[in-house]
Design a protein around this ligand. Structure first.
Ligand code: ADP
Ligand code: TYD
Length: 208
């Protein structure tokens, strides 16, 4: 399938403002008359949303690190097949809250050094990088406070604590340096509108 659209992702630690900014960018592009698909991971297709429940709810020790990588990758494959590729083929701008960079960071470092396994599976089963990735950078203490302000049942990943959040922040910044052609780091500590203005400006540059 030929791809005519643009694939934009948002990455960063929990509570950095990804979901907020993904929604605002999608709304803005839609208001400007573009065809936009707003989606998220894990999830974004019916099958992947079922896998989301398996990975985000229940006992933190429910899955081994390796099984977890398989589940996230399985969810991503379904999301790519059913949602992302068809939308790009239809010429839409796909705005996605988290994608493979999250697996590189979370499954790649939180339970041992598994980045190699994550990359191998990605190459075999996904093989697609975003055209543009916003890495929303955020002080971990602030991100944690914001994330804890939300209530919910998806808790398996929200108990990392500040030290691990700091490592994950560093890992997202390292990914931005590893993939400079597609990644832009945005300071997420500012107010919502200031961050959104930066994001919109950068997205417009890429869309031209
Ligand atoms: P993420 O998707 O990265 O976890 P969210 O977009 O869900 O982050 O934001 C987490 C919480 O912080 C939400 O309650 C949201 O309303 C709030 N929030 C998001 N961006 C900002 C900001 N720039 N300043 C203050 N609060 C924010
Ligand atoms: P998300 O709903 O985006 O959480 P938040 O809004 O708090 O940032 O994602 C849920 C959790 O899933 C989050 O803690 C990160 C984790 N996750 C991974 O561990 N690996 C992945 O590949 C993805 C996409 C998410």
């Amino acid at each position: 399938m030929a791809e005519r659209g643009l694939f934009i992702t948002f990455e960063g630690i929990d509570g950095s403002g990804k979901s907020t900014q993904a929604r605002l960018l999608a709304e803005r592009l839609h208001d400007e008359g573009r065809d936009v698909a707003l989606t998220r991971e894990p999830g974004g297709s019916p099958g992947a949303e079922e896998i989301r429940r398996l990975v985000l709810e229940g006992d933190p020790d429910r899955w081994s690190a390796e099984t977890e990588i398989l589940l996230f990758t399985a969810a991503r494959r379904d999301h790519l097949e059913k949602t992302i590729r068809p939308a790009l083929a239809a010429g839409k701008v796909v705005v996605c809250d988290r994608f493979a960079d999250s697996t590189r960071v979370y499954q790649g470092i939180t339970r041992g050094d598994l980045r190699g396994l994550v990359d191998d599976l990605h190459a075999m089963m996904i093989g697609r990088e975003p055209d543009l990735t916003f890495v929303i950078d955020m002080d971990p203490a602030l991100g944690l406070a914001r994330a804890r302000g939300r209530n919910g049942t998806e808790e398996r990943f929200e108990d990392f604590g500040e030290a691990m959040q700091a490592r994950m922040r560093a890992a997202f910044l390292a990914l931005a340096r590893e993939f400079p052609a597609r990644c832009v780091v945005v300071d997420g500590t500012r107010d919502i509108d200031a961050v959104a203005a930066d994001v919109a400006r950068i997205a417009h540059e890429r869309l031209r």
